[in-house]
Design a binder for this molecule. Structure first.
Ligand SMILES: O=C(O)CCC(=O)C(=O)O
Length: 281
């Protein structure tokens, strides 16, 4: 397995928990530059939750990706084992007490049996439970499916609130703090109950030596397509839920081949216990 972190202790901790925190990764000047870009594109944002990768405006997506990669990647690169940036996005949550980000894991970017890929999530304002901070289920990267992507269902969707309540951990952060998490880690965020917008960013990264992948179930179809991704521009050009316009299909699967994670999550307490015992031995 290709390690994510260069430092052995950080790697061990990341492998166990599925995430790692770096306080004050961005300084005030960097936060200010990113907030200026965030304000420049205010007309693009719609709905209580907006992420730039849902947009079809490629120029906007590219400018957001370029600045986020330029500012964040050089700061995380020294920790990582030969990773490259794939795509950067704004994650913007407007005040709305009824809109949460439901529990999910991100798309698959690499063959997760050989490699892991990760995301860096950074709030551009201080965050806590009031305005929609990040929440995670530590260790859940071990039990989710390795095939994930747009419209590929992962569960019966009957238990997520219960899993959040039993295993979830909210992480209050200062503007500029970073959480690096395995794309397979289950995460969520509560509603923004404050009266101010909560801008954050997300930068996805993958090992340079891995074949990058994209799984999707294009809208209106009953098939899962697996694409080889040879250039990160694939993500800028991708229109959400649609068949990708670039990239090369190299395998197809039936959605019925994807096993729901319900059983694994319902006995997650047992998995945690076994892992804890293993660390004592
Ligand atoms: O920004 C948020 O509130 C949620 C972020 C998230 O789910 C993601 O980056 O995948």
């Amino acid at each position: 397995m290709h390690a994510v972190f260069l430092d052995r202790l950080l790697q061990k901790d990341f492998q166990q928990k599925g995430y790692s925190l770096i306080p004050s990764l961005l300084d005030l000047a960097a936060i200010d530059r990113l907030l200026t870009l965030f304000k420049k594109f205010e007309d693009e944002y719609s709905g209580p939750f907006h992420t730039s990768h849902f947009s079809t405006n490629t120029e906007y997506k590219k400018q957001v990706h370029d600045l986020i990669s330029d500012m964040v990647f050089p700061l995380v690169e020294p920790y990582l084992n030969d990773f490259v940036p794939l795509f950067g996005n704004f994650m913007i949550k407007y005040p709305d007490p009824g809109v949460a980000m439901d529990l999910h894991a991100d798309w698959t970017y690499v063959d997760e049996l050989q490699y892991r890929s990760l995301a860096v999530w950074i709030p551009l304002v201080d965050v806590d439970i009031e305005n929609g901070c990040f929440g995670i289920i530590p260790g859940s990267q071990r039990v989710v499916n390795t095939i994930r992507g747009p419209l590929i269902r992962q569960s019966s969707r009957n238990h997520e609130p219960e899993w959040e309540k039993r295993y979830g951990k909210l992480i209050p952060m200062k503007a500029g703090d970073a959480i690096l998490y395995d794309h397979a880690l289950l995460h969520y965020s509560p509603p923004n109950k404050s009266d101010k917008v909560r801008p954050a960013l997300n930068l996805s990264l993958a090992p340079a030596s891995a074949q990058w992948l994209h799984y999707c179930q294009p809208e209106g179809t009953n098939e899962i397509d697996l694409y080889k991704v040879n250039n990160p521009d694939f993500y800028i050009n991708y229109t959400h839920f649609q068949r990708p316009e670039t990239g090369e299909i190299f395998a197809k699967k039936a959605p019925s081949e994807i096993e729901y994670i319900d059983d694994r999550m319902n006995k997650f307490w047992k998995t945690n216990l076994v892992n804890k015992i293993k660390t004592w031995l």
